[in-house]
Design a protein around this ligand. Structure first.
Ligand SMILES: [Zn+2]
Length: 275
């Protein structure tokens, strides 16, 4: 991102604050309330939902993160019952066994203080809500795939905040859980067919410094007869990226030493010293 000088108006606090308020006012009419009954405490509450086609897709990242303009659907992805603290990614919210509801009452509700969430959400609130749903998944021992997608979305929120350290930490947790899900759960995983999951595992490896390992996953996709062409194309692009960055990286001291030895052999420059 280009660095702005202090004199630009966006840097002034009062202007920034007004912009934020204006943004939130603009987003209010794009939201509506959806009546939900909490499966843990039975309370009826309003979940915020976004009116269809009120947002625009700007760009898709290579790990399936979608960048939106106007309003961000990820911010409204977690439903929270403010009465008891039960939270889950909205598709999972109603699907809770009686046993899990009892665990949440005991471990979450007993310590919950209502938050009175505002009408319009932002990235920090979204992060809080994703972390709360992760805590709920954790106490009920939810499947690895559920934790995986929750960690991935937390990583994406850190990406929006340009907090790369926490983004990487969350991507590592997402990778760990997607790998567990891949070996232990039937496909589709989080709506992804086998080869899409394989691609995502490779891509999360690439993004977390395991470029060598990611090549194994990308190559498996590329050599498969049944993998869809679109996933093959994506795997090929990311494989090339890993190879390019391997060529660009500075040599380690071991590699430099080996190269000097190789050079010496070919030129026989120091041949007499080796004899
Ligand atoms: Zn509740």
């Amino acid at each position: 991102m280009p660095k702005k000088s202090f004199s630009e108006p966006d840097d002034l606090n009062c202007r920034g604050g007004l912009n934020e308020l204006w943004e939130k006012d603009r987003q209010k009419p794009l939201l509506y309330n959806k009546k939900i009954i909490c499966p843990v405490c039975g309370t009826e509450f309003n979940a915020k939902a976004i009116k269809k086609s009120s947002y625009r897709i700007v760009k898709k990242d290579s790990d399936f993160f979608i960048r939106y303009s106007i309003i961000n659907p990820y911010f409204y992805d977690v439903w929270v019952c403010d009465n008891c603290g039960y939270a889950a990614i909205k598709n999972d919210f109603p699907n809770l066994s009686d046993r899990d509801a009892d665990i949440i009452k005991e471990k979450i509700s007993s310590r919950w203080h209502p938050k009175n969430y505002p009408e319009v959400y932002d990235v920090d609130l979204a992060l809080q809500r994703y972390k709360l749903s992760l805590l709920n998944y954790h106490v009920i021992g939810a499947k690895a795939s559920k934790k995986a997608i929750n960690f991935l979305k937390i990583a994406w929120m850190y990406r929006l905040k340009e907090d790369s350290e926490n983004e990487t930490k969350s991507l590592i947790q997402a990778l760990d859980n997607f790998s567990t899900a891949y070996y232990n759960e039937p496909s589709p995983i989080c709506g992804m067919e086998k080869f899409t999951t394989m691609y995502l595992i490779g891509e999360l490896m690439r993004r977390t410094g395991k470029g060598e390992d990611s090549l194994i996953w990308f190559s498996q996709i590329l050599t498969s007869i049944t993998a869809p062409a679109k996933i093959k194309d994506m795997a090929r692009d990311q494989k090339d990226l890993v190879k390019d960055s391997a060529e660009d990286r500075p040599l380690s001291s071991d590699e430099q030493y080996n190269n000097i030895l190789k050079d010496n052999k070919s030129h026989s420059l120091f041949a007499k010293f080796r004899k």
